[in-house]
Design a protein around this ligand. Sequence first.
Ligand SMILES: [Zn+2]
Length: 320
Amino acid sequence: MKKIFIYIVIIIIISFSISILFTKNFEKKEEEVVSPEPVERVENNFVDLLHKADGTVEHLGLEEYLYGVVSAEMPASYELEALKAQAVVARTYTKYKQEEKKHDNADICDDSTCCQAWISKENRFSRWEEAERESNWNKIVQAVNETAGKYIAYEGKPINALFHSNSAGKTELPINVWGGTYPYLQIVETSGENAYSTYASEVVISKDELIQKMLEKNSKFKINFKDDDAMRILEYNESGRVKTLKVGNTELSGVEARSIFGLKSAKFEFMIDGDEIKFQILGYGHGVGLSQSGSDSLAKQGKNFEEIITHYYKNVEITE
Ligand SMILES: [Zn+2]
């Protein structure tokens, strides 16, 4: 009898505990359902930044993060309106990446070849002359703050706000770089980019180096430099960049050649001179979207950040 009584007491205690647990869970769930909006809105003002070098993730306020992007991506000597355009582009690109979820545990990384560059204030200061540190930083903060919350939208959504250093006068279509098209990324012309150090560059490699690099690409690579057409550009695309190039028995795209030979852009010519191949390159970067030197050039011509943005991205609106 005593045993049965004890069993009954235990069963009552267990059922009571289970009912409390369920009620608690239910209450908790209901709380979560009631308040998703404020949580999401707060989270949108933060960025989880992956530092590629050591794999750590830093939780930063969005605008604070943007100071580090603008100061890493654009010279502080550029016009304020160009810096403001860069700030809006960086904010847009960040929002786009947050939705894309490219990185598992972060919104975006600090590698310019993967996402967009970022530099801490301390590192930035150490690379500026002491006399200009405060004024440079204040200019960047001003560019970000005066455009606070603004981003570029196409059909109501943040655009893939691609940008590069110098388009050498004409931007490129994304299909010629990675494939894919975006209605707002078209070929756009800008004057004045030849005034920048990023406009022209040269790469010289020896014939042996070229053979080594090509063998890494194609183990069956062969070339006879005595042939008249040992190396020849086969086709240009609409923006004037190299579309295809023949190197010995191998055909490359201009984008592949850029990567294999370490060229600053796919807009290049070359000449074979003795034991060397000399590449003359115009522009810096993939050439798609906003050109940074072009933005500065437009700002010098009196354009404001909104006019600069709508010059490079078509049929978009700047929204908050
Ligand atoms: Zn990344």
